[in-house]
Ligand binder design. Structure first.
Ligand code: PEP
Length: 254
């Protein structure tokens, strides 16, 4: 069975006190209410709160620490940046990359993303690589071509062994933070397409084992239907990951 993952991307939200309270609430609710042992939970707080959040995550269980970004170089004169090594040294296991907000606001292109991906894998961090089309691209009926290009240029240079460590997140840009979720049918269609591209590039077994998350206004109400789709293996959750009750309900939605 493929690994199910629910990852919470807190973006640039919370103070230290909020972060500590939120993670304590989530871990308590999940401990009391979640029985499915195949669900892994990744918490991605802002950089300054990583170590404090890490201390509050139960060890050796379903909880993992994730980061929202990093620089692709190991170290050096890059004022204000954080390297993959630094993240690893404070207990980070997963890193989000290719998020549309990074692509748009920080001009991260496929070439840079492929370097970032290599840096994460070189140090043993597990990448959550995001792909997804704009509304304009969808309306032009170019979604599949667009996603295929993002995968080709960002990820498919990896060896099969390295690719096996990557989680893919399908995040249609028009659904992120807009309250406009993709229908479960739209999500399934793209997830199945992504899996097909993986099978063509690597092989059927690799495709079958790849965890593909959906992201884009997923919430406690729509998660169950989304997660019931055969190729949807969990979610990358923005807004709803900041509410402990909603996030826990999403984790319970498999
Ligand atoms: C995200 O930013 O990855 C995301 C899916 O956000 P939201 O759930 O708020 O749409």
């Amino acid at each position: 069975m493929r690994q199910h993952i629910v990852a919470g991307n807190w973006k640039m939200n919370t103070t230290l006190q909020d972060a500590q309270a939120l993670v304590s609430e989530i871990t308590n609710m999940v401990a009391d209410e979640v029985t499915d042992s195949n669900v892994q939970v990744v918490i991605c707080p802002p950089f300054p709160f990583l170590t404090s959040v890490a201390k509050l995550l139960p060890e050796g269980g379903r909880f993992h620490l994730g980061a929202q970004n990093y620089h692709h170089k190991e170290s050096g004169a890059y004022t204000g940046e954080v390297s993959a090594q630094m993240l690893k040294s404070v207990g980070v296991e997963y890193v989000i990359l290719g998020h549309s907000e990074r692509r748009e606001h920080f001009r991260e292109d496929d070439q840079l993303l492929s370097q970032k991906l290599n840096a994460a894998l070189a140090i043993g961090l597990k990448p959550i690589f995001c792909v997804g089309e704009s509304l304009e691209t969808r309306e032009a009926d170019e979604t599949f071509n667009f996603i295929s290009k993002q995968l080709q240029e960002g990820v498919f240079h990896l060896s099969q062994e390295d690719f096996a460590k990557v989680v893919i997140a399908y995040e249609p840009i028009w659904a992120i933070g807009t309250g406009k979720t993709a229908t479960s049918q739209q999500a399934q269609e793209v997830h199945a397409f992504i899996r097909e591209q993986i099978a063509k590039t690597y092989d059927a077994a690799t495709a079958e084992n790849t965890t593909i998350l959906y992201g884009g206004s997923a919430n406690a109400k729509n998660a169950q239907e989304l997660f019931a789709q055969p190729d949807v293996d969990g979610g990358l959750i923005g807004g709803a990951s900041l509410k402990s009750r909603d996030f826990t309900e999403i984790i319970k939605s498999f």
